[in-house]
Design a protein around this ligand. Structure first.
Ligand SMILES: [Ca+2]
Ligand SMILES: [Ca+2]
Ligand SMILES: [Ca+2]
Ligand SMILES: [Ca+2]
Length: 619
């Protein structure tokens, strides 16, 4: 299918406003006897620790100073029953492998060979160096050591806020180990405050050791539970308000607070695309350009992308808007009576069903890659085979449109002139695909499945200078991910996911990344990752629907039990890796010239339904 590309080279993005602000994702608190002090993150591991493996108790002994607190000391305070034990080596003596047998704490889950899901040396990485199988697969992780748990689950604030997902990454030597990046998770705070909540996650609420909570009342009580919202909200009626006034014990103090700053940090594709896919607004109306400036130096890695909005554009309340599912971190900071405060909260953006998301490194150069999702179970064969790009379709084949991609699956239902894919699922209402950040405008219903945009293809060449995810400049739309959604998969359905290199316009090879979400949870994060440093897979040859390099990402099986959807995701490896495209056996990029034309058309070599993810690969 020929699609004209009107521009050969998109302009490079102008210098972004980079705001190199180290945001202390800490917690404000009220200090002893009415004074207030800020509190910062736990300190980094102590580099002066002796050579021998050392178990460090990071908690301080209880402190009580009756001379500064006339109401006397609370003898019931002190640390709670859950101890934080970090196994810390000096930087030059740590193997970088929590599974080396020297990072276990007796009595708690051991790392074994694949890790325990905890950050046992408290360096901000979970199970770094431990082995895993299936590059891109994820598992739950916590930014606490195994010791800081009860029956292998963190307590208090950490039960939800320290939880994230970590991805399996192929290393240069061909082995696969956990990347360590526990996306969506925050570490516990060093101390509680005199406000409700167990923020240091020791099993006891409101028990700081550096002050006496009997002597004072809290000025600020940071939120303890994550927030949940939806992607593609109505642009003129943003549904999520985050109001810091709710964290003030006396709301009349809010008007005295100054220096308001809000920082929102995003997901994998936000680190790859020119600009974040979310925005911060000062009020409920999200129809104009969002507030703030982009920062590319956020997170524990210093490499995550996000947005920072400050006073006077925003003050004590904001309305964040999201176009993609996933976990986001929001931090607010302000000054009150000369004292700095920071509160942070996780925002879970959740859409129902199965969603595949594709983005790539050269979208800003006009390169057209296309995300594909084919129904790989219980689909009638066309021309005797199961095909990508519906090659078997035609007037004699009633089973056409097996593959949802730009050619047949754009956005809205066929009754609105959009998608012609009929996999047997009921369409949804327009609110499920038409909203802030979506390109499906003015539809009556949303097809299942549906592709939201064909970046640098039928949606037009995107404009890397457009910073509003909901915007369209004179030069083109926002450079966003391609997303295929299916809100209501059935139990036992199987889907194949791939990305094809359609048209090359830039001067470097694209590195693609694909995420798969199941009810909003990230179950696969595969491919290019500038934060972890993975450069594969790499696409070399562009071409039409049968000649461009095609990354066979993997196979998803959906399970529905008692109305609850879970997904089993299997990434597709290669048997004989192409060092240039695949990099290693972790990935499979099939090529027309090397593996033959069928490698770009058939789902499997035989033309039958795939029964394993590896059957999607032809080499
Ligand atoms: Ca670690
Ligand atoms: Ca571990
Ligand atoms: Ca506590
Ligand atoms: Ca495209």
């Amino acid at each position: 299918m020929h699609r004209p590309i009107h521009r050969t080279q998109s302009p490079r993005p102008s210098a972004r406003a980079l705001v190199a602000t180290a945001v202390a994702v800490g917690l404000a608190l009220s200090a002893g006897c009415g004074a207030r002090t800020g509190l910062n993150l736990p300190p980094p591991p102590d580099a002066s620790t002796p050579d021998a493996p050392t178990v460090v108790m990071t908690h301080h002994p209880a402190v009580c100073n009756p001379t500064t607190c006339t109401e006397g000391c609370d003898t019931s305070s002190g640390k709670g029953p859950v101890k934080r034990v970090c196994v810390i080596f000096p930087a030059d003596a740590d193997s970088g492998n929590e599974c080396d047998g020297h990072h276990d704490t007796p009595g708690f889950p051991a790392n074994g060979t694949t890790g325990n899901g905890f950050d046992d040396n408290c360096n901000g990485l979970v199970d770094e160096g431990c082995s895993c199988t299936g590059a891109g697969t994820t598992k739950p992780c916590y930014l606490v050591p195994a010791s800081q748990t009860v029956e292998a689950v963190p307590v208090g604030w950490c039960a939800e806020n320290s939880k994230g997902t970590v991805d399996c990454a192929q290393q240069a030597d061909g082995s696969s180990t956990w990347s360590g990046n526990c996306r969506g998770a925050q570490p516990p705070l060093v101390e509680d405050t005199c406000a409700p909540g167990d923020f240091d996650c020791d099993g006891k609420a409101e028990n700081p050791t550096n002050k006496n909570c009997n002597c004072q009342s809290a000025t600020i009580a940071c939120p303890t539970a994550p927030l949940t919202t939806i992607p593609y909200p109505p642009a003129n009626n943003l549904p999520l308000q985050v109001d810091a006034a709710a964290w003030f014990s006396d709301p009349s103090f809010v008007s005295s607070a100054t220096d308001w700053q809000w920082t929102l940090t995003g997901g994998d594709c936000d680190n790859i695309l020119p600009h974040p896919s979310f925005g911060i607004y000062p009020n409920i109306d999200g129809t104009e350009h969002p507030s703030g400036t982009q920062s590319d130096t956020l997170g524990t890695s210093g490499k995550q992308h996000g947005v920072i909005a400050s006073e006077p554009a925003v003050t004590s309340a904001i309305y964040p808007a999201f176009s993609l599912s996933g976990d986001y971190l929001l931090a607010a900071s302000w000054t009150l009576d000369g004292v700095p405060y920071t509160c942070s909260v996780k925002i879970q953006v959740r859409a129902p069903g199965l969603r595949a998301e594709g983005c790539w490194s050269t979208e800003n150069q006009g390169d057209d890659l296309d995300l594909h999702m084919a129904k790989a179970s219980n689909f009638p064969k066309c021309a005797g085979e199961e095909d990508w790009s519906d090659q078997g379709s035609g007037p004699t084949c009633e089973g056409a449109n097996e593959d949802c991609y730009y050619g047949d699956c754009l956005g809205f239902a066929s009754s609105d002139g959009g998608s012609f894919v009929d996999w047997g699922y009921d369409p949804g209402t327009s609110s499920e695909c038409d909203g802030w950040g979506s390109q499906a405008e003015g539809t009556d219903s949303c097809n299942n499945p549906r592709l939201d945009r064909d970046a640098n293809g039928t949606s037009g060449i995107c404009d890397p200078n457009e910073t509003n995810p909901n915007g369209m400049s004179f030069n083109g739309p926002f450079c966003g991910s391609e997303n295929i959604n299916l809100d209501n998969p059935n139990d036992g359905d199987v889907f194949a996911v791939a990305m094809r290199f359609y048209t090359k316009n830039g001067n470097t090879n694209p590195n693609p990344h694909v995420n798969i979400y199941c009810n909003g949870a990230r179950v696969l994060s595969a491919g290019y990752d500038p934060v972890a440093g993975n450069e594969f897979p790499q696409m070399i040859n562009d071409g039409g629907d049968t000649t461009g390099d095609m990354w066979k990402v993997g196979l998803v099986t959906t399970q529905v039990s008692n109305g609850v959807l879970t997904c089993n995701v299997a990434p597709t490896p290669s048997q004989v890796p192409d060092v240039v495209r695949d990099g290693s056996s972790a990935y499979c990029v099939d090529n027309y010239h090397r593996q033959g034309a069928n490698s770009q058309v058939r789902l499997t070599k035989t033309g039958d339904e795939p029964t394993s993810a590896s059957q999607l690969c032809f080499h």
